[in-house]
Design a protein around this ligand. Sequence first.
Ligand code: MSP
Length: 663
Amino acid sequence: MRPSCFITTPIYYVNDVPHIGHAYTTIAADTLARYKRMTGHDVLLLTGTDEHGQKIQKAAEARGITPLQLADRLSEGFREVWKTLGIAHDDFIRTTEERHRTAVYAVYERMRAAGDVFLGEYEGSYCVPCESFWTGLQLVNGNCPDCGRAVETVTESSWFFRLSAYGDRLLAHIEAHPDFISPPSRRNEVVQFIRMGLRDLSISRTGVKWGIPLPDAPGHTIYVWLDALVNYLTASGFPNPGYEKRWPAQTHIIGKDILRFHAVYWPAFLMSAGLPLPERIVSHGWWTIQGEKMSKSKGNVIDPVAVAEHFGTDALRYFLLREVPFGNDGDFSVTRLTECYNAELANGIGNLLSRTVSMVHKYRGGTVPATGGDDPAAVEMAQGAAGLPVVFLRALDDPGRSGRGLLFDEPLQAIRALVWAANTYIHDAAPWDLHKQGNDARLDTVLYNAVESLRIAATFLYPFMPESAGRIWHALGLRVDPHHMDFAGAARWGGYPPGTTLPPVVPLFPRKDPESLPARLTIAAPAQELSVDKNEPGTPAPQSSHGAPASPATDDGFASIADFSRLRIQAGVVKEAERVRKSEKLLKLQVDIGTEVRQIVAGIGRKFTPEEMVGRQVVVLTNLRPAVLMGVESQGMLLAAGADEVEALLTTSAPVTTGARIR
Ligand code: MSP
């Protein structure tokens, strides 16, 4: 029997349409779920919508419709967006469903039977948008500490949950299970919060009409967070027999803003109800736009569907999980996405596929030959491929249970390295010369190995980029069922069946012109930038494709802040260095920039030896369009100074965190 694996996203409020932040949580969960299915698990991937509470009530009133009408509409909208983004959820829960009400009552009854529910008087500050009550101590300048907005003072009779009784048990559980909350910085935050002392929690409201009524307490509805958190149990089938097959959940994926609800309240509710706790809660960071929080009023909300329409769903999925380590915050930039798309997808796997398939057609009539023998030049590439299952295991399963979290960027980096190695292998082996020389055996070997690298890359890309993996398999004439496969075996070199005939080449990731982005994807620059507008009063400044104001700012020789902020300059550490063959001036460096190791070709070879460079902290322009110098790809530029020749390298006055931005 396949082991069960229950993965959840948060359930989304139906007061607005999904944006890139919601897409992020859901894509991460879908990627994990696909990986788990590939490794033989019986997966339940759950997502859904959070439909009760004052926030929804107010949003519906503002639109002149009932809360349920609003929920029906927006819930459907979420489903559609998830379809566009390739999300294969197994269940979609709505908190207005009957099965959910049943589960909420069952949990509430268990909490009451445990003696943890009592009637009290509540007076507090309530933040409507966050659905959160705050104590005076927690408020920041009298406002909500989470969103900074004004709070309302509320006094009412309320049912309370004895949260204060659970502090020690929660701490003991966190201590005994290092991977319960990740990443570690978030775990520490939770521990500190609990150590400060937990106050009993008000779990009923009389002021909120749109909610699940409390049994035996007319006029009270259940606090929306208790209602919402129970959704995970509802989907397991609770309280019906058999729910234990699904419960406890294996992974709750959430944003850092809702950590306290998941890592303190939720486990305490479950302890009180005598139910097992989820295995792990993984929290991710927030996406900002030009350093600011996304909001409708700022007009900087990014629509994931618009991004997917321009770049393709998989490019968006890839970018979100590749760009920042899960757990860190990131700034979403379409310019950066375009660069990443062109450098890593178009020039990377897209190029590998099109050149390989073209050569099979050109030199072998479209049929993939058997290898002509072992090739020492391919050994390293094959070894890299063979290591992929372990990279996935370490990054997504945490075998040592250290609680580092979900490290989605690590498998992606390993796949990129395989693609990079395959492109370099083809370049070095020069099949076009082998053909001219009539070296058929070696040509067969090179073609076979190129095809094989693609088969493996596609297989391991599948959880991240399911549609593209399918297209690569098709281009290689393969039929693969990712749910019934030997995951570890798939990485073994030599699995591709020679003699397969390939269909004609279809480009996988056609290059995107950074200068022609659809208007929907350009974001207005920050307000102070627009004030340089010399247009007629009332008309906005013209926008360049990257969202910064175009001329006149560029005409007068000055660079604007927006121009500067387009440059991603980071501190890096040189890990390896060697001379570029046949060049006196160029050094090939492997530079760690915190999130990955970049290969950079630098014209510093007359001033520095490779040995002098290793271990140095350097300053790198990391979003320079990749270029090939003397046959070697350079993915960035080292910053140096000098009159004619390089005289010195730029560095910082004291060591800084690897990857730190220079601004
Ligand atoms: N309804 C609650 C969750 C209840 S779960 C029992 C809720 N909903 S939400 O719609 O506001 O947010 C859902 C998720 O989207 C959260 O994980 C949140 O962190 C994520 N994001 C919303 N904006 C985001 C960014 N700008 N960046 C990254 N993720 C963010 O909270």
